[in-house]
Design a protein around this ligand. Structure first.
Ligand code: NAD
Ligand code: LMR
Length: 340
């Protein structure tokens, strides 16, 4: 098929995807932390998503303005702003997907784990409310450190008796977005056609891009190139933190990544087949209780956690190297949830 025909067939399929999925259901999406650096552009992108019929914007301050602004966009989603804890229940009630970018971001010199002391408590409080007001929602956790905040959420839900491992996701899509962009640039292939799985977790060496499985495959890349691409993907967050020089971390690319992942969750809920994204979920892929890998999304959330596939020697080494840090971050989250 000619490239132009292929492109229009792909566009047609995408439109069909949306129309089939849109016909299926009314969907409410809530964003917690909606007035923040990620929250605002994410609110914009979710307002543009045709699968969203109701968009609930919650924060401890600033949401009336964000909601008024976004609500003027002439797309179907009905937007409501909620501010302060007394409005959290109403913000959450009836939600199909809850996206959590609430919490503090890094400054230069900090690790994601340095955010634990503040963000762990924020996430715990929000998840307690989710278990009360929308226990069946899919939860997309963006707040860092994701390697610990996801286990905290799981423990909060277990305590409340509402835990469903199929419905809790650490959002690692930004790692995939970066891996795709960096790979396309280096391999000189069209970025929109690139796919790269990224597994492990979401911090430093726990981020493991599997460039040996990248498509379209490239034999133009040396081992040194792969090592450099891997390091750049692992340090992508720090690259942005340093460039922003004290004004926070990735917000725009994260909002894009969060919107891509939430869209995949909505498509899965609506019964669109073969929706696959990488995410940090409860897992038996390795001996660790949570691990990021490709996940098939469906009507109940996770339909299938996919395996790692064949790894290069370099990736096998990376996998062994990440386990220690990932294990202790998971355990830190679990311990916090039990102690507080
Ligand atoms: N998963 C990822 O790939 C990824 C990428 C980028 C950033 N992050 C993380 O996302 C988080 C948010 O980043 P940001 O740049 O948007 O920060 P930000 O400070 O700009 O915004 C955070 C928002 O959270 C709100 N907030 C604080 N406590 C809250 C609570 N209890 N309930 C509701 N809202 C609350 C704040 O009022 C603020 O509006 C950070 O932890 C950051 O590290 C994750
Ligand atoms: O790096 C950060 O602190 C934010 C986020 O986790 C990212 O990967 O950009």
């Amino acid at each position: 098929m000619r490239p132009s025909l292929l492109k229009s067939a792909a566009q047609h399929l995408r439109r069909r995807d949306y129309s089939a999925a849109a016909a299926a259901a009314e969907r409410k999406v809530a964003i917690l932390g909606a007035a923040g650096g990620i929250g605002q552009p994410l609110a914009l992108l979710m307002k543009l998503n045709p699968l969203v019929s109701s968009l609930s914007l919650y924060d401890i301050a600033g949401t009336p303005g964000v909601a008024a602004d976004v609500s003027h966009i002439n797309t179907p989603a009905l937007v409501k702003g909620f501010v302060g804890e007394e409005q959290l229940g109403e913000a959450l009630e009836g939600s199909d997907v809850v996206i959590i970018p609430a919490g503090v971001p890094r400054k230069p010199g900090m690790t994601r784990d340095d955010l634990f002391n503040i963000n762990a408590g924020i996430v715990k409080g929000l998840c307690t409310a989710i278990s009360k007001y929308c226990p069946n929602a899919l939860v997309n956790m963006i707040s860092n450190p994701v390697n610990s905040t996801v286990p905290i959420a799981a423990e909060v839900f277990k305590k409340a008796g509402t835990y469903d491992e199929k419905k809790l996701f650490g959002v690692t899509t930004l790692d995939v977005v970066r891996a795709k962009t960096f790979y396309a640039g280096k391999a000189n292939v069209p970025v929109t056609e690139v796919n790269v799985p990224v597994v492990g977790g979401h911090a430093g060496v726990t981020i493991l891009p599997l460039f040996s499985q990248a498509t379209p495959a490239s034999n133009a890349l040396s081992h040194e190139d792969i090592k450099a691409l891997t390091k750049r993907t692992q340090d992508g967050g720090t690259e942005v933190v340093e460039a922003k020089a004290g004004k926070g971390s990735a917000t725009l690319s994260m909002a894009y990544a969060g919107a891509v992942f939430a869209d995949a969750c909505l498509k899965g809920l609506n019964g669109v087949p073969d929706v696959v994204e990488c995410s940090f979920v409860q897992s038996t892929v390795t001996e660790l209780p949570f691990f990021a890998s490709k996940v098939r999304l469906g009507k109940n959330g996770v339909e299938e956690v996919l395996g790692l596939g064949e790894l290069s020697e370099f990736e096998k080494e990376g996998l062994e190297n990440l386990k220690g840090e990932l294990k202790s971050s998971i355990e830190k989250g679990i311990k916090f949830a039990h102690a507080n």
